[in-house]
Design a binder for this molecule. Sequence first.
Ligand code: 5FU
Length: 282
Amino acid sequence: SSITQQTYASRAARQPNAAARQLLECIERKQSNLCVSVDVTNKRDLLDVCDAVGPDVCLIKTHIDIVSDFDMDLVEQLTALSKKHDFLIFEDRKFADIGNTVSLQYSSGVHRIASWSHITNAHLVPGPGIITGLASVGQPLGRGCLLLAEMSSAGALTKGSYTQACVEAAKNDTTGFVCGFIAMSRVDEADGQPNTAKDLVILTPGVGLDVKGDAMGQQYRTPDQVIRESGCDVIIVGRGVYGSLMTPEGKQDKQAAIAKVREQGRRYKQAGWNAYLARLPG
Ligand code: 5FU
């Protein structure tokens, strides 16, 4: 049957990729398909948001290179929060170079992403060598990689034969490292046939309940559109959750802002889970 008719638990049970299995198990355990994208630029805010929404998420997404005061202590504290609250970590690095270079970018540098991030992602623009390169680092560590099959922004070039090439690359991946996609729809079943060969998880950004987009091309859909109508597996929400922290009032009264962040986290968690329950067969 279509992946969209199966429970997260049944998919976890036969998921070969360790990171994707842990994610599916965590989703089931916490009844949350919510990933919060914490796009803030200092350690304190990043950790405070993670601590606030931690109980309600399966996954925290980072852009670690925007954190001005990044250091390994941040990684240690983030990892401690992931254990305290039971969530995984996804560094949204969007690798896009030749295999040898991405293997170095993933393992080394200031951020040493592979050492702490359960999941990362890559563009297929350079061809399948990017998977070979990243897998050489990530697969021995039990990490997982998502291919960017579709993006949420207006005018994105991730469509048609490019999207299909990402699907083929994921289905044919022999490293075991590719475990799914960033996509806006159930791309692995785009031909209308159920994907019975290989379970792939679909994580979807561009999710908001209150606004339709931003001034720079972002486009938002609701959790129900993403999970129930489009058959994706995880909603990724950024400003919709942490936004109150960025307002002048939020900067003045951080405690009140963090309370609002927690409240939005609960709201999106509920919306995402309701949409999942609504898509399961009666
Ligand atoms: F691959 C993608 C994409 O297609 N759209 C995105 O928005 C990634 N993103 C990320 O999700 C983006 O870099 C942000 O980190 C996040 C969305 O944040 P928002 O505040 O919910 O718009």
